[in-house]
Design a protein. Structure first.
Ligand code: UDP
Length: 251
């Protein structure tokens, strides 16, 4: 029996959602909306609305947010600068995004808290597994900032790590397309879409779902990765209700 089937209760009088507790990975780029840089408040509000629908289904939601809309360490390293410093800057970018998302979640009427992998008590709480659990049990939406807290990692890997720590029933990865394809569907018209695929196949075929460390971590923790389109408002809740389009990566 899936972990979610043991735990799920669902909203009063409603159908039981497909998963009870999920980790939602939002890339920094998604927050740009129609802009070419930074944070579009219309987009953070949209994502907050999607999260609210999931919470109203009785689902516990935590979010790992990226920083690529502001800074990536590798971009600095490519110009010959120190990678570790670049990655520190990238992690700081995720903190900005997390603060923006928390504001949007609060505005949507949710109770949200930012937990950072790196201590910055004036700005937000510091991540601990115990703190995380108590916030989730209190029904708060948790926004993870600072990635893993270590250079040379990505927020995809942070998403798989935090999903494992919170014993998530699934890791939702919002992307530009509605699932996992055998090739890039935007450039290859023969690309085939999978409804389900195993973590091992994703790794063996080198499919660009999340980075390989993240997929391996999710596989080892037996956490399905649900790949879906962030372009579709309301898709998160539809998938949680067994509708909507997605690819489920599962062992
Ligand atoms: N980063 C890091 N360690 C982590 C997570 C992120 O050093 O555990 C840095 C890294 O420089 C990365 C940047 O933060 O490029 C932004 O994260 P990411 O590229 O994963 O963001 P996304 O692509 O999801 O917007």
């Amino acid at each position: 029996m899936a972990k979610s089937e043991k735990r799920a209760s669902g909203p009063k009088g409603g159908a039981k959602p497909r998963y009870e507790r999920v980790l939602f990975k939002v890339s920094g780029e998604a927050l740009m909306g129609s802009q070419s840089f930074g944070i579009d408040p219309a987009m953070t509000a949209r994502i907050a609305g999607d999260v609210k629908e999931a919470v109203q289904l009785g689902v516990g939601v935590a979010i790992v947010v990226g920083g690529g809309n502001i800074f990536r360490g590798i971009a600095l390293a490519a110009k010959g600068a120190d990678r570790v410093t670049g990655d520190h800057m990238g992690m700081l970018a995720t903190v900005m995004n997390a603060k923006a998302l928390k504001m949007a979640l609060d505005d949507a009427g949710l109770d949200a808290v930012v937990l950072s992998a790196v201590e910055m008590p004036e700005f937000c709480e510091t991540f601990t597994q115990r703190g995380l659990e108590s916030h989730l049990e209190a029904g708060r939406v948790v926004v993870f900032a600072g990635g893993t807290g270590n250079p040379f990692f990505t927020t995809d890997t942070a998403a798989a790590l935090r999903a494992s720590e919170m014993r998530a029933d699934a890791l939702f990865k919002g992307t530009q397309v509605d699932g996992v394809y055998s090739a890039d569907p935007k450039t290859d018209e023969d690309a085939q879409r999978f409804d389900t695929i195993s973590h091992d196949d994703v790794l063996a075929r080198g499919l660009k779902v999340m980075d390989q460390a993240a997929v391996a971590l999710a596989r080892n923790a037996d956490i399905p990765i649900v790949v879906f389109s962030l372009q579709e408002p309301g898709e998160l809740a539809r998938i949680l209700q067994g509708k909507g389009r997605c690819t489920t990566v599962t062992n």
